[in-house]
Ligand binder design. Structure first.
Ligand SMILES: [Zn+2]
Ligand SMILES: [Zn+2]
Ligand SMILES: [Zn+2]
Length: 199
């Protein structure tokens, strides 16, 4: 009558990424076999020497030993971080130093979204939607920034500057992506300084 209750799948996991050209030639299964048992899943990123590791548990280790190399683990950020006080991007409410805004109409007079009677207005793109709307072009830009930072091993700050410097995110993203892939076939190593080998 009832199905046997199976062990609950682990939702408690954390994602980190490592960068290694040495892993590029291996399949995900082969890499997983070289990983410690704390690694649940291995995902190789295409056209990049980044490997995404899903670890059991909520604590991300600083380093991981993927036989025979020891690699630095960086947190993998999958979603743009939006502050729910000022509605800016890149920081959370707890570290916000900006004036609070209404999430519906963008007003700075600190009425809350629930009590807002004004029409929806987004100060990021000046369009008629709520400030935290996933439709907002700014949200899509933030997704691009994350993707750029994750796949090209640069900080969120540098990725943001690259994408925002000429105001036309798509163009400069394309040029950076092209430049980065050109570099990766060149003689210069793209292995980041933060990864160290053979320890
Ligand atoms: Zn804020
Ligand atoms: Zn409002
Ligand atoms: Zn918007």
């Amino acid at each position: 009558m009832f199905e046997t209750v199976k062990a609950h799948p682990t939702f408690n996991y954390s994602k980190g990424c490592v960068y290694s050209q040495d892993l590029y030639e291996f399949s995900e299964e082969e890499i997983l076999a070289m990983c410690p048992s704390s690694v649940q899943k291995v995902t190789k990123m295409r056209n990049s020497n980044m490997v995404l590791l899903t670890f059991f548990g909520s604590t991300l280790p600083d380093r991981v030993h993927i036989d025979p190399i020891n690699l630095r683990v960086r947190r993998f950020v999958s979603r743009p971080l939006q502050c729910f006080s000022c509605y800016g991007y890149g920081h959370g409410k707890s570290s916000c130093k900006e004036a609070a805004r209404c999430g519906n109409c963008s007003a700075l007079d600190s009425h809350s979204e629930e009590h807002c009677i004004a029409a929806a207005y987004c100060f990021h793109c000046r369009d008629a939607h709520q400030v935290c709307s996933r439709q907002c072009p700014r949200y899509h830009l933030e997704q691009d920034i994350l993707q750029l930072a994750n796949t090209h091993f640069i900080s969120l700050g540098s990725a943001r500057r690259e994408l925002l410097k000429d105001g036309t995110g798509a163009t400069s993203y394309a040029s950076l992506a092209a430049r980065s892939s050109a570099e990766s076939v060149g003689p210069k190593t793209t292995t980041p300084a933060t990864c160290s080998f053979g320890q």
